[in-house]
Design a binder for this molecule. Structure first.
Ligand code: SAM
Length: 290
């Protein structure tokens, strides 16, 4: 009998929003906090846009266009280009600068409050040099948005790119989440000198090609992700202990789920592949709970 996988202390609140709420507060705190490291390297801008492999019928969403380093290339390549910029001065300047382009619209909005369905009926491509402070919540937000993007080409802090594209042995909740929806690939690194002001960290351009449906059949992706979040509750502990904490469960049902999924409970959460997480989730759902 399949029981509802009650995850009493694992809610969406725990998954994304802590970062998002913190970041929203930051975003509202002022321009100096908006991650405004502007790209000044034209070659990097060209390579980033090229990575999106745009064809004549591709619509593009650019998040955080800033002063337009990518915008000025994208506007010639996209059928329709919609830019979402939080800083009103920058969005006003872009609106003036690209006024003659009928395919261009800039919206002064927080990307985390942006609903793509207001502007796109079909799938579109995202191209963005993301603000470091909000890169992860923005990526997560758009992976499952409706309509969904076809792909995301994003410039992010290199560590974040590595984390997203990790393989079993180095998996995190972020890699599980992203790889459920798409195939990430790190394309190239971008040094601090390519930006003004120069950041302290190296960046990387990452492309995520989104699947038509989640990579593993898990019924509800949201509840699967909540389950994986429980599994990563104590990432340095063995999976059986981390899950016990995350699910607030007795040891027996956890052991039964691990056995049914043929996963050694002494492994660390980071070693499980996406399909192992899916098997474990399915077997947890099939374990009778008291
Ligand atoms: N694309 C430009 C470039 O490559 O030079 C600017 C990139 S800069 C790293 C990030 C941009 O995102 C800034 O223009 C910043 O104002 C904007 N931004 C920051 N937080 C944002 C948010 N929550 N929603 C939309 N734009 C945001």
């Amino acid at each position: 009998m399949v029981h509802d996988p009650l995850l009493p202390n694992i809610t969406r609140e725990l998954l994304l929003p802590l970062a998002i709420r913190t970041n929203r507060r930051l975003a509202k705190a002022g321009r100096s906090r908006l991650g405004q490291n502007f790209l000044v390297d034209y070659d990097v801008a060209k390579r980033t846009v090229a990575a999106a492999q745009l064809s004549d019928d591709d619509d593009v969403l650019e998040i955080g266009p800033g002063k337009g380093a990518l915008t000025r290339i994208l506007v010639h390549r996209a059928r329709k280009l919609l830019a979402v910029e939080l800083d009103p001065d920058l969005s006003d300047a872009l609106s003036e600068r690209f006024a003659e382009y009928e395919n261009f619209t800039v919206v002064n909005r927080d990307a985390l409050d942006f609903d793509p369905a207001e502007y796109f009926t079909d799938r579109y491509k995202i191209v963005a040099n993301l603000p470091y402070y909000a890169a992860t919540p923005i990526i997560r937000e758009f992976l499952a948005s409706k309509p969904r993007p076809k792909s995301l080409v994003v410039m992010v802090q290199k560590e974040v790119a590595v984390n997203i594209a990790a393989s079993p042995g180095n998996m995190t909740l972020l890699s599980v989440m992203v790889q459920l929806y798409g195939a990430p690939k790190i394309l190239f690194s971008v040094p601090p000198r390519s930006f003004r002001p120069m950041p302290k960290v190296t960046s990387a351009v990452l492309r995520i090609d989104l699947y038509d449906r989640p990579a593993v059949a898990v019924g509800s992706p949201d509840s699967f992700i909540e389950f994986a979040a429980a599994g990563f509750r104590a990432p340095r502990k063995q999976i059986r202990n981390s899950l016990r904490l995350g699910l607030d469960s007795d040891a027996d049902p956890i052991k039964a789920a691990l056995d049914a999924a043929r996963i050694d409970g002494s492994r660390r959460p980071s070693t499980l592949s996406l399909s192992e997480w899916a098997s474990l989730y399915e077997s947890w759902n099939g374990i009778p709970q008291d």
